[in-house]
Design a protein around this ligand. Structure first.
Ligand code: AHR
Length: 512
C-alpha cells in the first residue's frame, strides 16, 4: 500500500539561504504507465526564423549544412532525441497550400504569411524538405493540414502524395519530384485552432467539418494515419465536450493548447527583465495546466472511458514579449532559467497523465517562443529549456513511478499555490531509476530525504542545471552561462538518499 504523506501548506518565509526540508518516497514496483516519448514532442511553424535561418538555410548557403539543413542545429536536435515534429503550423497551417511547396524550388510560388508579420514566404521549405528532415532526425512527422482555407480534395491529395506506394496520380507526382518511396506519416492534424486563426468556427460546425475532412484522409498501403482533431484553448471545456460528443468516433486524438502567458492583449512581460514576484507567478500559471488537463480529461473520460482517444497538447510553453529590435510578429524571445523551470515542472506533471496525454509539443523548436535553440546568422546557442529537454530525455518510454512528495507550498500572485519542490520518477528498460527534481525556491536550499519504499539505493549519479540569478540566459556572446554540470549533492545513506538541492536548481539523478 502507498503511504499517504501529509502535505504541508505554508506561506512565503523570506529567509535568505536557509535550509528547508522535503521528503520523497518513490514506489518502484507500482509503475503501470509508460511515459510516451511523444510527451517530448516539438513544433516547427513557418513563423519568424524558425524554419528559414533556424532549421533551413538552403543547400547554397555559406552556413555549413547538409542538403540545406544547418549542421549545428541538426546535431543539437539529434542529441535531444526528439520523438516527433509538428509542422507547418500553427496558424500558418490553415493558410498553407502544400502544392505550392513541391517541385523545383525556383518555380515555387510565393505567398504572404498573413499570421506572422506579413513576411513573404517563398515555399522553399515544403513537404519533401520537412519529411526528409524528420528522417534525418529519426523522429515521427506530425503534419498539420489546412481546414480553414483549404479543400477536402487538397487535404486528401496531400495524404496520397506523402503516403501512397502504388501507381496513384499523387504518388507519380511525388516520384517526378524525386522521391520514389512513400514516407510514413502517422500523426495527421485536421485543422489547427479552428475556433480562431483556423477558421473562427463554432465547435458544432467544426465537429462536422472535422468528420467530413477526416473521412477522405485515407490509409494508403500499410500507412496508418492517427487523425487528430483541432482542440480547445486553455479553459474552453465546451469545445472538448462538443467535439467528444459529436466526433470522438472519427478521431484518434484531440488537441489542446495552453501557454504560460499573462494575457493576450498588451504586454506579456519581458523574457529576461522580471522580478521574483513575476517568477513565482509564472510557476503558478504553468502549474495550473494540471487542473486544465484534469478537466479536459474528465470530459474525455465521460465519452471515451476506455481512453481510446488521445489528448494531444500540441502547443505549450512560455509566451513573452518579443525581444526589442526584432521583427514584429516573429515571436522571437530569449529564454532564461525561469523558462527552464517552466519546462521542468511541466514535464514532471505531464508524466502523471500519459494514460490519456499521449503527446505534447512545446512551442517552438528554434527561434520562436520557448525555443530549444536560438540562431543568428551562423551562430547558434542552446537555451536553458534545451538543457532541460536533454536532461529529461531519460524519461522517454520509461515506466512512470508513482511518488509521494512532502514539501513547503507557497501562495503566489493570483492566489495560486506552488510547491517548492517538483519531482518525477521513472524506471527505464534497463531497470535504472531516474528522478528529476526541481527546487523552485529562489533563496533556500532543500534538504531532501528520498527513499524507494524499502528498496535499497546503492549508487547515485546526477547532473544539475542552475545559475546565479533566475534571469540568467545564454547569448551568442556568452553561450554557456546556463549549462548542466555534474551534481555531487546527493549521497546514499543507509539505502536512502540525502539530497542537498541548491536554491533555484533542477537536477536529474540516476539510481542503481
Ligand atoms: O505558436 C504560435 C501560435 O500560437 C500558433 O501558430 C497558434 O496555433 C497559436 O495561437
Amino acid at each position: 500500500m502507498r503511504t499517504l504523506f501529509i502535505s504541508v501548506l505554508a506561506l512565503i518565509t523570506v529567509s535568505l539561504n536557509a535550509q528547508k526540508s522535503a521528503q520523497i518516497r518513490v514506489y518502484p514496483e507500482q509503475g503501470t504507465q509508460e511515459i510516451s516519448r511523444h510527451i517530448y514532442g516539438q513544433f516547427a511553424e513557418h513563423l519568424g526564423s524558425c524554419i528559414y535561418g533556424g532549421l533551413w538555410v538552403g543547400p547554397d548557403s555559406d552556413i555549413p549544412n547538409t542538403d540545406g539543413y544547418r549542421n549545428d542545429v541538426l546535431q543539437a536536435l539529434k542529441d535531444l532525441q526528439i520523438p516527433n515534429l509538428r509542422w507547418p503550423g500553427g496558424c500558418f497551417a490553415d493558410e498553407y497550400h502544400w502544392m505550392d511547396g513541391i517541385g523545383p524550388r525556383e518555380n515555387r510560388p510565393k505567398m504572404v504569411n498573413n499570421n506572422w508579420g506579413g513576411t513573404i514566404e517563398d515555399n522553399s521549405f515544403g513537404t519533401h524538405e520537412f519529411l526528409n528532415l524528420c528522417e534525418l532526425l529519426g523522429c515521427e512527422p506530425y503534419v498539420s493540414a489546412n481546414v480553414g482555407s483549404g479543400t477536402v480534395e487538397e487535404m486528401a491529395k496531400w495524404v496520397e502524395y506523402m503516403t501512397s506506394e502504388g501507381d496513384s496520380p499523387m504518388a507519380r507526382l511525388r516520384r517526378e519530384n524525386g522521391r520514389d518511396k512513400a514516407w510514413k506519416v502517422k500523426f495527421f492534424g485536421v485543422g489547427n485552432e479552428s475556433w480562431g486563426c483556423g477558421g473562427s468556427m463554432r465547435p458544432e460546425f467544426y465537429a462536422d467539418m472535422y468528420r467530413r475532412y477526416a473521412t477522405y484522409c485515407r490509409n494508403y498501403d500499410d500507412n496508418r494515419l492517427f487523425k487528430i482533431a483541432s482542440g480547445a484553448s486553455d479553459y474552453d471545456y465546451n469545445w472538448t465536450e462538443v467535439l467528444m460528443k459529436n466526433a470522438a468516433g472519427n478521431m484518434d486524438g484531440l488537441s489542446l493548447h495552453y501557454y504560460t502567458v499573462t494575457g493576450w492583449r498588451g504586454s506579456k512581460g519581458s523574457a529576461t527583465q522580471f522580478d521574483k514576484d513575476d517568477y513565482y507567478w509564472t510557476m503558478g500559471k504553468c502549474l495550473e495546466i494540471e487542473e486544465v488537463l484534469q478537466k479536459h480529461i474528465q470530459i474525455m473520460d465521460k465519452y471515451d472511458p476506455k481512453k481510446r482517444v488521445a489528448l494531444m497538447l500540441d502547443e505549450w510553453g512560455t509566451w513573452w514579449d518579443e525581444e526589442p529590435g526584432t521583427i514584429p510578429g516573429h515571436l522571437y524571445q530569449q529564454n532564461t532559467m525561469r523558462d527552464a523551470f517552466v519546462a521542468a515542472l511541466t514535464l514532471n506533471l505531464f508524466h502523471k497523465y500519459t494514460d490519456r496525454l499521449m503527446m505534447t509539443n512545446i512551442a517552438q523548436i528554434v527561434n520562436v517562443l520557448q525555443s530549444m535553440i536560438l540562431t543568428d546568422g551562423d551562430k547558434m546557442v542552446l537555451t536553458p529549456t534545451y538543457h532541460i529537454f536533454e536532461m529529461y530525455k531519460v524519461h522517454q518510454d520509461a515506466t512512470h513511478l508513482p511518488l509521494d512528495l512532502m514539501c513547503e507550498k507557497v501562495t503566489v500572485r493570483d492566489n495560486r499555490e506552488v510547491p517548492m519542490v517538483s519531482a518525477s520518477a521513472s524506471k527505464d528498460k534497463n531497470r535504472k531509476i531516474h528522478i528529476t527534481l526541481a527546487n523552485v525556491d529562489l533563496d533556500n536550499n532543500q534538504n531532501i530525504t528520498l527513499d524507494l519504499n524499502n528498496q535499497k539505493i546503492n549508487k547515485v549519479n546526477g547532473r544539475i542545471l542552475t545559475s546565479k540569478t533566475i534571469n540568467d540566459h545564454n547569448t551568442f556572446e556568452k553561450p554557456e552561462v546556463v549549462k548542466p554540470a555534474a551534481f555531487t549533492g546527493a549521497k546514499v545513506d543507509k539505502g536512502q538518499l540525502k539530497i542537498n538541492l541548491p536554491a533555484q536548481s533542477i537536477v536529474v539523478l540516476e539510481l542503481n
